[in-house]
Design a protein around this ligand. Structure first.
Ligand code: SAH
Length: 449
Protein backbone atom coordinates (compact mmCIF):
# COMPACT_ATOMS: atom_id res chain seq x y z
CA UNK A 1 0.00 0.00 0.00
CA UNK A 2 1.25 3.48 -0.85
CA UNK A 3 1.81 5.94 1.95
CA UNK A 4 -0.35 9.01 2.32
CA UNK A 5 1.43 12.34 1.86
CA UNK A 6 4.53 10.62 0.51
CA UNK A 7 5.83 11.74 -2.88
CA UNK A 8 6.44 9.17 -5.63
CA UNK A 9 7.63 9.33 -9.21
CA UNK A 10 5.18 8.00 -11.75
CA UNK A 11 4.53 7.57 -15.46
CA UNK A 12 1.03 8.43 -16.68
CA UNK A 13 -0.15 5.62 -18.93
CA UNK A 14 -3.90 5.99 -19.29
CA UNK A 15 -7.06 7.90 -18.35
CA UNK A 16 -10.06 7.16 -16.15
CA UNK A 17 -13.63 7.58 -17.42
CA UNK A 18 -13.64 10.95 -15.64
CA UNK A 19 -10.55 12.05 -17.56
CA UNK A 20 -7.99 11.78 -14.75
CA UNK A 21 -4.55 10.43 -15.54
CA UNK A 22 -3.71 6.89 -14.39
CA UNK A 23 -0.28 5.69 -13.24
CA UNK A 24 0.79 2.44 -11.62
CA UNK A 25 3.08 2.65 -8.62
CA UNK A 26 4.16 -0.54 -6.84
CA UNK A 27 1.26 -2.39 -8.46
CA UNK A 28 -1.27 0.15 -7.25
CA UNK A 29 -3.40 2.22 -9.67
CA UNK A 30 -3.06 5.92 -8.90
CA UNK A 31 -5.57 8.48 -10.18
CA UNK A 32 -4.10 11.89 -10.86
CA UNK A 33 -6.14 14.87 -12.10
CA UNK A 34 -4.69 17.25 -14.71
CA UNK A 35 -2.22 14.64 -15.95
CA UNK A 36 -1.63 13.64 -19.56
CA UNK A 37 -0.70 10.18 -20.83
CA UNK A 38 3.03 9.92 -21.49
CA UNK A 39 4.00 12.42 -18.80
CA UNK A 40 6.41 11.67 -15.96
CA UNK A 41 5.39 13.34 -12.75
CA UNK A 42 6.15 13.56 -9.06
CA UNK A 43 2.90 12.91 -7.27
CA UNK A 44 1.81 13.39 -3.66
CA UNK A 45 -0.51 10.63 -2.47
CA UNK A 46 -3.63 12.12 -0.92
CA UNK A 47 -5.69 9.00 -0.45
CA UNK A 48 -4.30 5.46 -0.21
CA UNK A 49 -6.32 2.23 -0.42
CA UNK A 50 -5.14 -1.34 -0.95
CA UNK A 51 -5.52 -1.45 -4.72
CA UNK A 52 -5.80 2.19 -5.66
CA UNK A 53 -4.74 5.65 -4.59
CA UNK A 54 -5.40 9.27 -5.51
CA UNK A 55 -2.73 11.88 -5.81
CA UNK A 56 -1.83 15.35 -7.05
CA UNK A 57 1.01 16.40 -9.30
CA UNK A 58 3.69 18.29 -7.36
CA UNK A 59 6.17 18.45 -10.23
CA UNK A 60 6.06 17.77 -13.95
CA UNK A 61 9.27 15.89 -14.80
CA UNK A 62 8.45 15.23 -18.45
CA UNK A 63 5.73 17.30 -20.08
CA UNK A 64 3.48 15.96 -22.81
CA UNK A 65 3.67 17.81 -26.12
CA UNK A 66 -0.14 17.95 -25.80
CA UNK A 67 0.00 20.09 -22.63
CA UNK A 68 -1.51 23.58 -23.02
CA UNK A 69 -1.98 26.66 -20.87
CA UNK A 70 -5.54 26.72 -19.64
CA UNK A 71 -7.66 29.16 -21.63
CA UNK A 72 -10.15 29.29 -18.75
CA UNK A 73 -8.87 30.98 -15.59
CA UNK A 74 -11.04 28.91 -13.22
CA UNK A 75 -10.63 25.57 -15.03
CA UNK A 76 -8.54 24.04 -12.27
CA UNK A 77 -11.22 24.65 -9.63
CA UNK A 78 -14.43 24.40 -11.62
CA UNK A 79 -15.93 20.92 -11.93
CA UNK A 80 -17.62 21.77 -15.23
CA UNK A 81 -14.73 20.95 -17.58
CA UNK A 82 -11.89 18.42 -17.37
CA UNK A 83 -9.48 18.97 -20.25
CA UNK A 84 -8.33 22.58 -20.51
CA UNK A 85 -4.78 21.46 -19.68
CA UNK A 86 -4.41 19.52 -22.97
CA UNK A 87 -4.89 20.19 -26.67
CA UNK A 88 -8.03 19.06 -28.46
CA UNK A 89 -6.19 16.39 -30.44
CA UNK A 90 -5.26 14.52 -27.25
CA UNK A 91 -8.79 14.92 -25.92
CA UNK A 92 -10.47 13.39 -28.98
CA UNK A 93 -7.85 10.66 -29.13
CA UNK A 94 -8.49 9.63 -25.51
CA UNK A 95 -12.26 9.71 -26.03
CA UNK A 96 -12.07 7.41 -29.07
CA UNK A 97 -9.73 5.16 -27.12
CA UNK A 98 -12.18 4.98 -24.22
CA UNK A 99 -15.06 3.88 -26.46
CA UNK A 100 -12.82 1.30 -28.12
CA UNK A 101 -11.52 -0.06 -24.79
CA UNK A 102 -15.05 -0.44 -23.42
CA UNK A 103 -16.32 -2.26 -26.50
CA UNK A 104 -13.29 -4.55 -26.50
CA UNK A 105 -13.09 -5.27 -22.76
CA UNK A 106 -16.77 -5.29 -21.82
CA UNK A 107 -18.38 -5.90 -25.19
CA UNK A 108 -16.14 -8.77 -26.29
CA UNK A 109 -15.16 -6.96 -29.50
CA UNK A 110 -11.75 -6.84 -31.10
CA UNK A 111 -11.73 -3.38 -32.65
CA UNK A 112 -8.46 -1.82 -33.79
CA UNK A 113 -9.61 1.73 -33.95
CA UNK A 114 -12.80 3.77 -33.66
CA UNK A 115 -13.30 7.00 -35.58
CA UNK A 116 -14.47 10.04 -33.67
CA UNK A 117 -16.55 12.95 -34.93
CA UNK A 118 -14.44 15.79 -33.51
CA UNK A 119 -16.10 19.14 -32.85
CA UNK A 120 -15.19 22.18 -34.98
CA UNK A 121 -15.02 24.36 -31.87
CA UNK A 122 -14.62 23.98 -28.12
CA UNK A 123 -16.02 27.45 -27.43
CA UNK A 124 -19.56 28.62 -26.77
CA UNK A 125 -21.12 25.34 -27.89
CA UNK A 126 -23.39 24.51 -24.94
CA UNK A 127 -26.99 25.52 -25.48
CA UNK A 128 -27.94 24.92 -21.85
CA UNK A 129 -26.56 25.91 -18.46
CA UNK A 130 -27.74 25.13 -14.94
CA UNK A 131 -25.98 27.47 -12.54
CA UNK A 132 -26.23 26.75 -8.83
CA UNK A 133 -26.67 29.94 -6.81
CA UNK A 134 -24.69 30.64 -3.65
CA UNK A 135 -24.01 33.49 -1.30
CA UNK A 136 -20.87 34.96 0.22
CA UNK A 137 -20.85 37.87 2.70
CA UNK A 138 -24.42 38.75 1.84
CA UNK A 139 -23.74 38.83 -1.92
CA UNK A 140 -25.35 36.28 -4.25
CA UNK A 141 -23.36 34.74 -7.08
CA UNK A 142 -23.70 31.83 -9.50
CA UNK A 143 -21.24 29.49 -11.13
CA UNK A 144 -20.56 25.77 -11.19
CA UNK A 145 -19.76 23.23 -8.50
CA UNK A 146 -16.17 22.49 -7.71
CA UNK A 147 -15.49 18.83 -8.67
CA UNK A 148 -16.81 16.44 -6.04
CA UNK A 149 -18.24 19.23 -3.83
CA UNK A 150 -21.16 21.61 -3.63
CA UNK A 151 -18.94 24.67 -3.38
CA UNK A 152 -19.92 27.09 -6.14
CA UNK A 153 -16.97 28.36 -8.18
CA UNK A 154 -17.69 31.74 -9.72
CA UNK A 155 -16.84 32.14 -13.38
CA UNK A 156 -17.68 35.50 -14.94
CA UNK A 157 -17.35 34.10 -18.45
CA UNK A 158 -17.68 30.38 -19.04
CA UNK A 159 -15.78 29.45 -22.23
CA UNK A 160 -18.14 26.67 -23.35
CA UNK A 161 -21.28 28.81 -23.05
CA UNK A 162 -22.48 31.53 -25.44
CA UNK A 163 -22.24 35.03 -23.98
CA UNK A 164 -26.04 35.52 -23.93
CA UNK A 165 -26.31 32.69 -21.40
CA UNK A 166 -23.84 34.32 -19.04
CA UNK A 167 -25.59 37.67 -19.59
CA UNK A 168 -28.87 36.12 -18.38
CA UNK A 169 -27.11 34.72 -15.33
CA UNK A 170 -25.66 38.15 -14.50
CA UNK A 171 -29.07 39.83 -14.82
CA UNK A 172 -30.69 37.27 -12.52
CA UNK A 173 -27.91 37.69 -9.95
CA UNK A 174 -28.24 41.50 -10.07
CA UNK A 175 -31.97 41.15 -9.47
CA UNK A 176 -31.35 38.75 -6.57
CA UNK A 177 -28.93 41.18 -4.96
CA UNK A 178 -31.09 44.23 -5.62
CA UNK A 179 -34.30 42.77 -4.21
CA UNK A 180 -32.60 40.65 -1.57
CA UNK A 181 -34.11 37.42 -2.86
CA UNK A 182 -33.07 34.75 -0.33
CA UNK A 183 -30.51 32.32 -1.76
CA UNK A 184 -31.12 28.64 -1.06
CA UNK A 185 -28.94 27.00 1.58
CA UNK A 186 -28.93 23.25 1.00
CA UNK A 187 -27.65 22.35 4.47
CA UNK A 188 -30.34 24.29 6.34
CA UNK A 189 -32.87 23.74 3.49
CA UNK A 190 -33.83 27.42 3.73
CA UNK A 191 -33.87 30.30 1.27
CA UNK A 192 -35.54 30.51 -2.14
CA UNK A 193 -33.44 30.56 -5.32
CA UNK A 194 -31.60 27.28 -6.02
CA UNK A 195 -30.60 27.19 -9.68
CA UNK A 196 -30.65 29.43 -12.75
CA UNK A 197 -31.39 27.30 -15.80
CA UNK A 198 -30.88 28.87 -19.23
CA UNK A 199 -31.52 27.19 -22.58
CA UNK A 200 -30.83 28.94 -25.87
CA UNK A 201 -31.81 27.72 -29.31
CA UNK A 202 -28.73 27.99 -31.50
CA UNK A 203 -30.69 28.54 -34.71
CA UNK A 204 -33.70 30.42 -33.31
CA UNK A 205 -31.70 32.48 -30.81
CA UNK A 206 -34.67 32.08 -28.42
CA UNK A 207 -33.83 31.95 -24.72
CA UNK A 208 -35.73 30.15 -21.99
CA UNK A 209 -34.96 31.11 -18.40
CA UNK A 210 -36.15 28.75 -15.69
CA UNK A 211 -35.55 29.62 -12.06
CA UNK A 212 -35.62 26.73 -9.63
CA UNK A 213 -37.03 27.83 -6.30
CA UNK A 214 -37.60 26.29 -2.91
CA UNK A 215 -41.11 27.72 -2.70
CA UNK A 216 -44.06 28.81 -4.82
CA UNK A 217 -43.61 32.50 -5.49
CA UNK A 218 -40.86 34.71 -6.78
CA UNK A 219 -41.14 38.28 -5.48
CA UNK A 220 -40.85 41.19 -7.94
CA UNK A 221 -40.45 38.92 -10.96
CA UNK A 222 -41.89 41.63 -13.24
CA UNK A 223 -38.73 43.66 -12.57
CA UNK A 224 -36.62 40.68 -13.58
CA UNK A 225 -38.55 40.22 -16.83
CA UNK A 226 -38.01 43.91 -17.63
CA UNK A 227 -34.26 43.43 -17.34
CA UNK A 228 -34.16 40.08 -19.12
CA UNK A 229 -35.77 41.72 -22.14
CA UNK A 230 -32.44 43.49 -22.69
CA UNK A 231 -30.95 40.16 -23.76
CA UNK A 232 -31.70 39.57 -27.46
CA UNK A 233 -33.76 36.41 -27.87
CA UNK A 234 -35.18 36.29 -24.33
CA UNK A 235 -38.50 34.53 -24.87
CA UNK A 236 -39.86 33.04 -21.69
CA UNK A 237 -39.47 32.89 -17.90
CA UNK A 238 -40.56 29.77 -16.06
CA UNK A 239 -40.48 28.87 -12.37
CA UNK A 240 -39.73 25.33 -11.30
CA UNK A 241 -40.84 24.53 -7.78
CA UNK A 242 -38.38 22.25 -6.05
CA UNK A 243 -38.93 22.11 -2.29
CA UNK A 244 -37.24 18.76 -1.82
CA UNK A 245 -33.85 18.10 -0.31
CA UNK A 246 -31.30 16.41 -2.54
CA UNK A 247 -29.37 16.87 -5.75
CA UNK A 248 -32.18 16.84 -8.32
CA UNK A 249 -32.09 20.25 -9.96
CA UNK A 250 -35.58 20.62 -11.39
CA UNK A 251 -38.78 20.15 -9.42
CA UNK A 252 -41.95 18.54 -10.76
CA UNK A 253 -44.09 21.67 -10.98
CA UNK A 254 -43.55 24.43 -13.53
CA UNK A 255 -45.30 27.83 -13.71
CA UNK A 256 -44.84 30.07 -16.70
CA UNK A 257 -44.45 33.71 -15.60
CA UNK A 258 -43.76 35.23 -19.00
CA UNK A 259 -43.95 34.03 -22.61
CA UNK A 260 -45.05 30.62 -23.88
CA UNK A 261 -43.13 28.46 -21.36
CA UNK A 262 -41.00 26.87 -24.07
CA UNK A 263 -38.64 27.86 -26.87
CA UNK A 264 -38.22 26.57 -30.39
CA UNK A 265 -35.14 25.53 -32.27
CA UNK A 266 -34.31 23.98 -35.63
CA UNK A 267 -32.42 20.71 -35.82
CA UNK A 268 -31.87 18.47 -38.85
CA UNK A 269 -34.13 20.79 -40.84
CA UNK A 270 -37.07 20.39 -38.44
CA UNK A 271 -38.47 22.78 -35.83
CA UNK A 272 -38.68 21.58 -32.26
CA UNK A 273 -40.59 22.91 -29.28
CA UNK A 274 -38.50 22.54 -26.12
CA UNK A 275 -39.94 22.68 -22.61
CA UNK A 276 -37.62 23.08 -19.63
CA UNK A 277 -38.10 19.47 -18.54
CA UNK A 278 -37.38 18.00 -22.01
CA UNK A 279 -34.02 16.60 -22.94
CA UNK A 280 -32.23 18.29 -25.84
CA UNK A 281 -28.61 17.61 -26.78
CA UNK A 282 -26.46 20.51 -25.56
CA UNK A 283 -24.19 20.66 -28.62
CA UNK A 284 -26.37 21.53 -31.60
CA UNK A 285 -23.80 21.11 -34.37
CA UNK A 286 -22.47 17.82 -33.09
CA UNK A 287 -25.96 16.50 -32.32
CA UNK A 288 -26.90 17.03 -35.97
CA UNK A 289 -23.86 15.05 -37.04
CA UNK A 290 -24.66 12.30 -34.54
CA UNK A 291 -28.26 12.04 -35.75
CA UNK A 292 -27.09 12.08 -39.35
CA UNK A 293 -24.85 9.12 -38.52
CA UNK A 294 -27.82 7.39 -36.85
CA UNK A 295 -29.94 7.91 -39.98
CA UNK A 296 -27.22 6.52 -42.24
CA UNK A 297 -26.59 3.48 -40.02
CA UNK A 298 -30.32 2.73 -39.80
CA UNK A 299 -30.55 2.24 -43.61
CA UNK A 300 -34.29 2.83 -43.50
CA UNK A 301 -36.50 2.07 -46.47
CA UNK A 302 -39.89 3.53 -47.27
CA UNK A 303 -41.88 0.57 -45.95
CA UNK A 304 -39.97 0.28 -42.65
CA UNK A 305 -41.36 0.68 -39.18
CA UNK A 306 -38.88 2.44 -36.93
CA UNK A 307 -39.16 2.31 -33.14
CA UNK A 308 -37.25 5.03 -31.28
CA UNK A 309 -36.91 4.20 -27.59
CA UNK A 310 -35.91 7.01 -25.18
CA UNK A 311 -36.97 9.51 -27.82
CA UNK A 312 -37.06 12.77 -25.83
CA UNK A 313 -38.86 15.47 -27.86
CA UNK A 314 -38.72 13.22 -30.92
CA UNK A 315 -35.54 14.57 -32.49
CA UNK A 316 -34.29 11.28 -33.94
CA UNK A 317 -37.80 9.87 -34.48
CA UNK A 318 -38.91 12.82 -36.59
CA UNK A 319 -35.59 13.13 -38.42
CA UNK A 320 -36.12 9.52 -39.56
CA UNK A 321 -39.84 9.86 -40.39
CA UNK A 322 -39.42 11.04 -43.99
CA UNK A 323 -37.41 7.94 -44.92
CA UNK A 324 -39.70 5.45 -43.14
CA UNK A 325 -43.19 4.00 -43.47
CA UNK A 326 -43.99 4.79 -39.87
CA UNK A 327 -42.07 5.86 -36.77
CA UNK A 328 -42.96 5.26 -33.12
CA UNK A 329 -41.31 7.10 -30.25
CA UNK A 330 -41.32 6.13 -26.56
CA UNK A 331 -40.32 8.48 -23.75
CA UNK A 332 -40.91 8.52 -19.99
CA UNK A 333 -41.18 12.29 -19.31
CA UNK A 334 -44.77 13.46 -20.05
CA UNK A 335 -43.72 17.03 -21.02
CA UNK A 336 -41.21 15.64 -23.53
CA UNK A 337 -43.92 13.42 -25.06
CA UNK A 338 -46.22 16.45 -25.33
CA UNK A 339 -43.37 18.31 -27.03
CA UNK A 340 -42.76 15.35 -29.36
CA UNK A 341 -46.43 15.22 -30.44
CA UNK A 342 -46.50 18.98 -30.99
CA UNK A 343 -43.23 18.69 -32.93
CA UNK A 344 -44.69 16.09 -35.31
CA UNK A 345 -47.62 18.42 -35.93
CA UNK A 346 -45.62 21.59 -36.43
CA UNK A 347 -43.45 19.82 -39.00
CA UNK A 348 -46.46 18.32 -40.79
CA UNK A 349 -45.29 14.76 -40.07
CA UNK A 350 -48.20 12.34 -40.16
CA UNK A 351 -46.51 8.95 -39.85
CA UNK A 352 -45.26 9.42 -36.26
CA UNK A 353 -46.79 8.21 -33.01
CA UNK A 354 -45.52 8.83 -29.50
CA UNK A 355 -46.13 6.95 -26.28
CA UNK A 356 -45.35 7.97 -22.73
CA UNK A 357 -43.89 5.25 -20.54
CA UNK A 358 -40.88 3.22 -19.58
CA UNK A 359 -39.03 2.16 -22.74
CA UNK A 360 -38.83 -1.52 -21.74
CA UNK A 361 -42.44 -1.87 -20.63
CA UNK A 362 -43.77 0.08 -23.60
CA UNK A 363 -41.67 -2.00 -26.01
CA UNK A 364 -42.95 -5.25 -24.47
CA UNK A 365 -46.51 -3.97 -24.82
CA UNK A 366 -45.92 -2.95 -28.46
CA UNK A 367 -44.47 -6.39 -29.12
CA UNK A 368 -47.56 -8.04 -27.60
CA UNK A 369 -49.72 -5.85 -29.82
CA UNK A 370 -47.91 -7.27 -32.84
CA UNK A 371 -45.59 -4.35 -33.64
CA UNK A 372 -42.50 -5.71 -35.44
CA UNK A 373 -40.15 -2.81 -36.19
CA UNK A 374 -37.53 -3.21 -38.90
CA UNK A 375 -35.21 -0.82 -37.12
CA UNK A 376 -35.02 0.08 -33.43
CA UNK A 377 -33.13 3.13 -32.25
CA UNK A 378 -32.25 3.34 -28.56
CA UNK A 379 -30.73 6.37 -26.84
CA UNK A 380 -30.92 5.64 -23.10
CA UNK A 381 -29.52 7.65 -20.20
CA UNK A 382 -26.17 6.63 -18.70
CA UNK A 383 -27.43 3.51 -16.98
CA UNK A 384 -28.14 1.97 -20.38
CA UNK A 385 -30.93 -0.47 -21.28
CA UNK A 386 -32.92 -2.30 -18.62
CA UNK A 387 -33.76 -6.01 -18.72
CA UNK A 388 -37.24 -5.36 -20.19
CA UNK A 389 -35.81 -3.42 -23.10
CA UNK A 390 -33.26 -6.13 -23.90
CA UNK A 391 -36.06 -8.71 -23.71
CA UNK A 392 -38.36 -6.66 -25.95
CA UNK A 393 -35.57 -6.17 -28.52
CA UNK A 394 -34.91 -9.88 -28.50
CA UNK A 395 -38.60 -10.70 -29.07
CA UNK A 396 -39.23 -8.02 -31.71
CA UNK A 397 -36.07 -9.10 -33.55
CA UNK A 398 -35.53 -5.99 -35.70
CA UNK A 399 -33.08 -6.24 -38.62
CA UNK A 400 -31.03 -3.42 -37.19
CA UNK A 401 -30.51 -1.81 -33.81
CA UNK A 402 -28.93 1.63 -33.75
CA UNK A 403 -27.70 2.36 -30.24
CA UNK A 404 -26.81 5.96 -29.33
CA UNK A 405 -25.07 6.08 -25.97
CA UNK A 406 -23.71 8.63 -23.50
CA UNK A 407 -21.80 5.99 -21.51
CA UNK A 408 -19.53 3.60 -23.41
CA UNK A 409 -19.35 1.19 -20.44
CA UNK A 410 -23.09 0.49 -20.32
CA UNK A 411 -23.19 0.51 -24.13
CA UNK A 412 -20.55 -2.23 -24.20
CA UNK A 413 -22.39 -4.25 -21.53
CA UNK A 414 -25.61 -4.04 -23.60
CA UNK A 415 -23.77 -4.90 -26.82
CA UNK A 416 -22.58 -8.11 -25.13
CA UNK A 417 -26.18 -8.92 -24.09
CA UNK A 418 -27.50 -8.27 -27.60
CA UNK A 419 -24.76 -10.45 -29.09
CA UNK A 420 -26.01 -13.32 -26.90
CA UNK A 421 -29.40 -12.74 -28.55
CA UNK A 422 -28.23 -13.06 -32.13
CA UNK A 423 -26.89 -9.61 -33.00
CA UNK A 424 -23.53 -8.65 -34.45
CA UNK A 425 -21.82 -5.30 -34.08
CA UNK A 426 -21.35 -3.75 -37.53
CA UNK A 427 -20.17 -0.20 -36.96
CA UNK A 428 -18.99 1.82 -33.98
CA UNK A 429 -18.33 5.54 -33.90
CA UNK A 430 -17.47 8.00 -31.15
CA UNK A 431 -18.77 11.57 -31.25
CA UNK A 432 -17.55 14.52 -29.26
CA UNK A 433 -20.57 16.45 -28.07
CA UNK A 434 -18.84 17.78 -24.96
CA UNK A 435 -15.50 19.38 -25.88
CA UNK A 436 -13.27 20.01 -22.82
CA UNK A 437 -15.45 17.68 -20.70
CA UNK A 438 -14.86 14.00 -20.06
CA UNK A 439 -18.24 12.75 -21.33
CA UNK A 440 -18.21 11.00 -24.66
CA UNK A 441 -21.09 10.02 -26.88
CA UNK A 442 -20.99 6.97 -29.13
CA UNK A 443 -23.14 5.21 -31.66
CA UNK A 444 -23.14 1.62 -32.86
CA UNK A 445 -25.14 -0.38 -35.32
CA UNK A 446 -25.97 -4.04 -34.67
CA UNK A 447 -27.57 -6.34 -37.21
CA UNK A 448 -29.36 -9.63 -36.75
CA UNK A 449 -27.08 -12.45 -37.76
N1 SAH B 1 -33.13 10.62 -28.31
C1 SAH B 1 -33.41 11.88 -27.66
C2 SAH B 1 -33.30 11.82 -26.13
C3 SAH B 1 -32.14 11.08 -25.56
S1 SAH B 1 -31.80 11.34 -23.87
C4 SAH B 1 -32.51 12.97 -28.22
O1 SAH B 1 -31.46 12.68 -28.73
O2 SAH B 1 -32.88 14.14 -28.11
C5 SAH B 1 -32.58 10.01 -23.08
C6 SAH B 1 -34.08 10.18 -22.93
O3 SAH B 1 -34.57 9.01 -22.26
C7 SAH B 1 -34.52 11.36 -22.07
O4 SAH B 1 -35.46 12.10 -22.79
C8 SAH B 1 -35.14 10.71 -20.84
O5 SAH B 1 -36.21 11.47 -20.33
C9 SAH B 1 -35.61 9.39 -21.37
N2 SAH B 1 -35.76 8.28 -20.42
C10 SAH B 1 -35.06 8.05 -19.28
N3 SAH B 1 -35.44 6.91 -18.72
C11 SAH B 1 -36.39 6.37 -19.53
C12 SAH B 1 -37.17 5.17 -19.49
N4 SAH B 1 -37.04 4.30 -18.50
N5 SAH B 1 -38.04 4.96 -20.49
C13 SAH B 1 -38.18 5.84 -21.51
N6 SAH B 1 -37.48 6.97 -21.60
C14 SAH B 1 -36.60 7.25 -20.62
Amino acid sequence: MLIKNQIYEAQITDYTAEGQGVAHIEGCAVFIPNAIAGERVRVRIEKAQKTWAAGKIVELLEKSPHRRNRECPVAKLCGGCDFWHMDYEEETQLKAQRVKDCLNRLGGENLEEIPILAAPTCLGYRNKAQYPVAQKKGRAYAGFFRAGTHTVVENPRCRILPEQTDAVKDIVIDYVNQFRIPVYDEVAHTGLLRHIYVRRGVVSGQILVCLVINGQKLPRWEELVKNLKQVPGFTTLVLSENTRKGNAILGDTFHTLYGPGYIEDTLCGLTFRLSPRSFYQVNHHQAQRLYQAAIELAEISKSDTVLDLYCGVGTITLAMAAAAGQVIGVEVIPQAVEDAKANAQRNGIENAQFFCGDAGQAALKLEQDGVRPDVVVVDPPRKGLNADTIEALSRMAPKRIVYVSCDPATLARDVALLKERGYTLQTALAADLFPRCAHVESIVCLTRS
